[in-house]
Design a protein around this ligand. Sequence first.
Ligand SMILES: NC(=O)c1ccc[n+]([C@@H]2O[C@H](COP(=O)([O-])OP(=O)(O)OC[C@H]3O[C@@H](n4cnc5c(N)ncnc54)[C@H](O)[C@@H]3O)[C@@H](O)[C@H]2O)c1
Length: 383
Amino acid sequence: MTRRSIGIIVNGVTGRMGYRQHLVRSLLAIREAGGVPLADGTTVWPHLVLVGRSETKLCEIAERHGLDDWSTDLTAALARDDVQIYFDAQVTQQREKAIRQAIEAGKHIYTEKPLAEDTAAALDLARAARAAGVRTGVVQDKLFLPGLRKLKRLLDGGFFGQVLSVRGEFGYWVFEGDWQPAQRPSWNYRAEDGGGIVVDMFPHWHYVLAELFGEVRTVSATIATHVPRRVDETGRPYQATADDAAYAVFELDGGVIAQLNSSWCVRVFRDELVEFQVDGTEGSAVAGLRRCRVQHRAVTPKPVWNPDLPVTENFRSQWTEVPDNEDFDNGFKVQWEAFLRHVATGEPFPWDFLAGARGVQLAELGLVSAREGRRVEVPELAL
Ligand SMILES: NC(=O)c1ccc[n+]([C@@H]2O[C@H](COP(=O)([O-])OP(=O)(O)OC[C@H]3O[C@@H](n4cnc5c(N)ncnc54)[C@H](O)[C@@H]3O)[C@@H](O)[C@H]2O)c1
């Protein structure tokens, strides 16, 4: 089988996402599987160039995984002819500058979300990439979660009849960092460093809502910084200046109303860290990361409100599990494979910089809504 090597700069590989989801679970897993097979019988083989700021850390990761190509010099790496793709999983604030450099170097670009810190910058990157003729992609991993794939299957099969509403709960308790170390990097809690749950989660909510239920037309959000003081990775206390919870209502094309809570200050009494309940005229579903349960109208119980009596029914037991019916691979890997095929063959890839800009726009307008205490229209974005 003919193997085509494709050089990929992996920038931010020492980070949480860069290392675990993109290097180990996606790119190395693709190499272990022999590459990405194409329709013409050839295979795309990712050649990885690890890029970062710390020589020691890069060298350690490279050795751990039997890799030998790494550099602390992004400009030099971008100048290489054997590199075709630039990938960015750096902290958000460093992204725009690096992506601009990559566009100027004529590389195709795949990046973590959010694409940029504001809509104007995100659109500008999308336009610059189009003018340069490079292919682009933004991570939209939640679409590939087994739970959401099952939900999509239900929607495609017409299970819900008319979808009325979506209620989502995302979150878990992120430790303050004092008596137990925090499980997320401290920059997430400082607005001046690009943190905040709105900029982190609304880009995800945009593509989940738009792809499954309809384009987002308005947003109304209330945000909070519930935990104002946290302790960083070095043990130093700091002021949390970014929002750590967002309570939002979105109106979608077609009239669906979506209500999504996102919080790093909530203790989990759910089955999964994110769950969406979808109610439709014909049936309802509750989808999480992996599971999805349904209740059809024909088997819907008829509760009667009477606080004088104890609950007589076990409501949770009345739902039916949607079967897997297929093998679900890691979502980040599946999207990487699609992007590599897009670069190699021009196969369509809908999750480009314009799609990424729409996610940035929703976060920006969510913050406007919270600041001004009003519902905000979300205008159509175009290049
Ligand atoms: N798709 C998802 O579900 C998801 C989840 C979490 C984070 N993210 C995104 O991934 C990106 C990285 O997040 P993370 O949680 O891996 O962060 P992290 O702090 O663990 O990693 C950040 C990376 O950026 C590098 N970096 C480059 N310049 C830096 C600078 N000046 N200061 C600090 N670090 C710098 C770090 O060395 C590290 O490799 C963010 O843009 C975030 O929005 C996506």
